[in-house]
Write a protein that binds this ligand. Sequence first.
Ligand code: CUA
Length: 316
Amino acid sequence: MWSGTPLFPERASTMASRVDALYLFLVALTAFFSLLIAGLIVSYAIKYRRRAPDDVGANIHGSMLLEIGWTAGPFLIVMVIFVWSASVFFAMSSPPDETLNIYVVGKQWMWKFQHLDGQREIDELHVPVGRAVKMIMTSEDVIHSFFVPAFRVKADVLPGRYTNVWFQPTHPGRYHLFCAEYCGTKHSGMIGEVVVMEPSDYQTWLSGGVPEGSLASAGAKLFADLACNTCHRSDAQGRGPVLEGLFGKTITLQNGEKVVVDEAYVRESILMPSAKITAGFQPIMPTFQGLVTEEQLLQLVEYVKSLQGLPQVQTR
Ligand code: CUA
């Protein structure tokens, strides 16, 4: 219906029609009441105009029915908007369990994408059609915003933490990617393309990449290069917690607090090791702030993740 009008971007994700339905409902609602009010103003101005110089208007006092009507009516309408928007918002912010994860690093002024298999891309992202894709995003410098109008997704990309956004493309094609947060001189040039491919084409594309090795294997190498393995030993004899089987678990900290070991926790523990110490350990780990790049952090996070399936040795 909207394909011929430049007003609307195409709908290329499972979320697109839900967002549009809500949006069009709001537009229709606004249009209806705007026209109703404007129409009444004009027609009453004509109908009740002063016809003679000594005309005096009728003296009308309140109407209970009207009062109740214009209180209850808007209340019901905004509740409909609230429940509807909340359901769309929850769907947008809860990715399915099985997602294709891709890391995104925003930087003045480019988008860097890192696939788990090792492929890297800049300002272009290849994904298969029909699969839920989760972007795990961070920024190297200032706040950016990942925006793909055709998918109806937009999320801020913040330095110092990971934010997520997910989408499931429904049609193969090339879609615009924008930065939607003013981030400096060339903000408007911080654009790219998301290329949605048939699964078979995607496989071909994946295998055609430079054989850099997977993100996790790069992380494993870095883990050894930085000598992390001297303390984080798999035999529970090291001075740091065992990392095997750790990712996704809930751990107890020194102060009794419980935290889930997720991407953000691993990242923080590398950059600010003393922030959240696992119960039973000493805050002796040095910080790696400034020593590892955002990309290397992702490799390390992915390495720790790859140890997820391994059995965890009983620690203390
Ligand atoms: Cu990055 Cu605007």
